[in-house]
Design a protein around this ligand. Sequence first.
Ligand code: C2O
Ligand code: CU
Ligand code: CU
Length: 466
Amino acid sequence: MMKLNRRAVLLGTGAIGVAALGGSLLGSGRPAQAATAINLTTRRTSFAFNGPTTQGVVSTVDNAPPPVLRLKQNVEAVLNFTNGLPDYTTMHWHGMRIPNAMDGVPYLTQFPIAEGETFEYRYTPPDAGTFWYHPHCMTGDQMAEGMTGLLIVDEAEDPGFDIDLPLNLKGFRLAEDGSFLPYYTARGAARGGTNPNVMTTNWDISPTYEVPAGGLARIRLGVTDITRVYKIVFPDVAGRIIAWDGHPIEEEVPWPTAEAPLILGPGQRVDVAIEAPADAEVELVFNHIIGARSMPLATLRTTGPALGRTLAQLAPLPENPIAKPDIENAEVIEMVFGWSPSDQIPYNGFCGGLPFTFWSIDRSPWPGDAADGTGPVATLEMGKDYILRMRNESPNDHPIHLHGLVFVPISSNKRKIPANYTDTVLLQKSETIEVALRADNPGDWAFHCHVIEHQKTGLAGFIRVV
Ligand code: C2O
Ligand code: CU
Ligand code: CU
C-alpha cells in the first residue's frame, strides 16, 4: 500500500479552503441562536447478544449503543465529533441536505480525522424525518462493528404520537465466542455481499417494546446493515406507512404482508404510524424473512389503560421543502452499474479499502478513498432538473445512494415504484430505474452502492453540482 500524507490529496471544487478551516469557522458571523449541541466520540465498547460478550464494537459516548441522535428541523446543530480510535475516520449524515463541507466524505469534502482529533460538524437540518449517520472512512470495519446510528430530525411542530420508537436494524458477523468473523469475503464482495449471521434490532435479538394500549405509535425502521436487504412483514394492525427514506410519503405504500413484504435495502428507512389495539397485553410482531424462514425483528406489547386514539386523529406529516423537478424538461443522463473492467487494486491511503476491484459505475471502478484524478460520474448545473436513468446489468441488488440531494423514482422496467422522495433506491437485479431530481445543492456529492463491499470494490463515485 502506498503511503502519503493524508493532507496531500483532496478532491473537489473549493473544498480545500473549507477543510483547512476544519469547518469550525463556517458558523461565524451568524446571529446567535439556540443550537442543538452534541458531543460525539467514536470509541470501543462491548455488549452481549443473549450470549457471550462481543468486544470491540465502535460506538459513541452519551448513549448506549446504538446511539440515536435527535436534532430539530431548522435549528442549527453543532456536532463536535472526536475520533477516539487509532484508525482514521469521518462522520457522514446520511440523507441530510446540508452544505457539502459538512458531508463527511474523506478527500471529497474533508481530510480524514486522526485519533484524538475533533471535527466540528455544523449545519441546520432543512428536513424533518428519519435519517442516520455512519463513518465514511474505515467505513467497512467501523460499521461492521456497530458504528451506525439513527439520526432523527423532529418536526418543528409535534405531530402528536404517544410514543416514538426507532428500530435500528443491523446484523453482525459473530463467532460462537462473541468475536467478529471476517467482515467481508472476496466471494461476497463479488456477489450479493457477505451476510451477517446475528440479526439485531437496536443491538438486541428480537426485543419487545411496550406501547400504550389504544395509543398512536410512530415506528421508525432503519436498515443500517452493511449488506442485508431486508424483507419485512408488518403486524396485522391498523396502521400506515407515513414516511419513506426520511420524507413524508407522496404516494401511498401498501401495508407489507407475507405475500408482499417490504423490501428495504441498506441505508433505507420507513416511518410507520400504528393505532395500538385497545386491549393490554396484545403483541404486534414485525417479522423478517430470510430464505424460507420468518423471524421476529421486534415485538410491540400493549400496556396500560386504553388511550382511545385513532389514526384519523393524525394529520399528514408536514411536507419537507423539496423542489419538485420538472420531468418534462429534465435532461436525461444514462448510467450503468456493473462489473469492473479491470482488476486493479484500489488505492487507499487511510480509509480502509478492500484488496480487490469487482464493480464499476459507467465501467469505471472507483479506485479507492483518495481517488486522485478520478472525475465526477456526472456534472449537473445548479438549479437544473435531471433524470438519471440507472441500469443495473448485474444479477445482484444495489441500494444506490446519493449524498446531499434527494430524487424521486419515476419508472422501473420491473415493478411499480411509488413516487416518494428518497436518497437511496434499491436497484434490483437487471433493473433499470429512472429517478428525477433538481440539482439544488452545490458540491461534490458521493454516489455509491450502500452494500459496503460493493462500494469498497469499485461501485462508487461522485456527482458534481456547480
Ligand atoms: Cu450512508 Cu455515502 O452513505
Ligand atoms: Cu449518505
Ligand atoms: Cu451493490
